[in-house]
Design a binder for this molecule. Structure first.
Ligand code: SF4
Length: 276
């Protein structure tokens, strides 16, 4: 029998790797269990992503610092914040982040060939899918063929990032593979752009590093397919998809449907993830 291609997204694989109960509730249980309300830090991240998307969707001469600040104000949402005063503080902080970002990284030189672009391609035994924050066409000094596509991922979390985060990111590696096939262009460089610190961390994938990440994804996808089919055949869902209680349960959107998770970690205010 030919091998069945399994569709995977980086977030599916990440959820599978962190908690199988959460995977089942997110992707398999229907009707889907109710989710918790919005987190302020997630809203902040979504606002920054939306602002940068609209900013780079304009012609280069219009990509000014003021335009970046306006883009944040236009995209703003107060979901999850404690009150208007807290919203105002973080709106200004987000505006400062993007203002510094476009000051330190000349936006008129960015040739974005994809903004929140959906990429999808069969690779090995899986179909890799996902939405990439930005795909740049850029001349790489060591690329004799000319311009290559660069995968850019914006980050807004509290923790500063390192080159290791870029190198070890399964999501970025899978985006390289899917972008190559979707755009039919060379692609190997991945970059994490951390707005709170203004740092950019880059890594150039090799055939070996991509093969390692793909092999891991294929292994996870095969496990997911087997567990999904076994559940559909009538097996016990709690045994097949056990809970992984721990500190992560404080942040889980599905904790209200998970007694083990509620017992393992306390609930938090919706704004608890904001940097002080
Ligand atoms: S609350 Fe914890 S154990 Fe329960 S689904 Fe969420 S992450 Fe998994």
């Amino acid at each position: 029998m030919p091998t069945r291609l399994v569709k995977v997204t980086p977030s599916k694989l990440s959820t599978w790797g962190s908690c199988r109960r959460r995977y089942r509730m997110t992707y398999l249980d229907r009707p889907a269990p109710p989710r918790g309300g919005a987190w302020a830090h997630s809203t902040l991240g979504a606002v920054v992503h939306a602002a940068l998307r609209s900013f780079y969707d304009t012609a280069p001469p219009r990509r000014t610092v003021e335009a970046a600040r306006v883009a944040v104000a236009t995209a703003w949402s107060g979901e999850g914040f404690a009150d208007a005063a807290q919203q105002a503080r973080y709106r200004e902080r987000a505006q400062d982040w993007v203002a510094r970002y476009v000051t330190e990284n000349d936006p008129t030189q960015v040739d974005a060939v994809g903004l929140e672009r959906w990429v999808s391609a069969p690779v090995g035994t899986v179909v890799v899918e996902g939405r990439v924050d930005r795909l740049d066409s850029r001349r790489q000094p060591e690329a004799p063929e000319g311009e290559e596509v660069v995968v850019v991922d914006y980050k807004t979390g509290r923790r500063p990032l390192t080159e290791h985060d870029t190198r070890s990111s399964q999501a970025l590696a899978l985006y390289v593979l899917a972008s190559r096939r979707t755009l039919r262009r060379p692609c190997r460089r991945v970059e994490l752009h951390h707005l709170p610190t203004g740092e950019v961390h880059a890594f150039d994938h090799t055939a070996e590093s991509l093969a390692r990440q793909l092999a891991r994804a294929e292994e996870q996808a095969a496990e997911i397919a087997l567990h999904t089919d076994t559940l559909a055949a009538g097996a016990d869902g709690d045994e097949l998809f056990p809970a992984s209680p721990g500190a992560q349960c404080s942040w889980c959107d599905l904790r209200r449907s998970c007694p083990e998770g509620r017992a393992a970690a306390p609930g938090l205010d919706p704004w608890a993830g904001l940097a002080p």
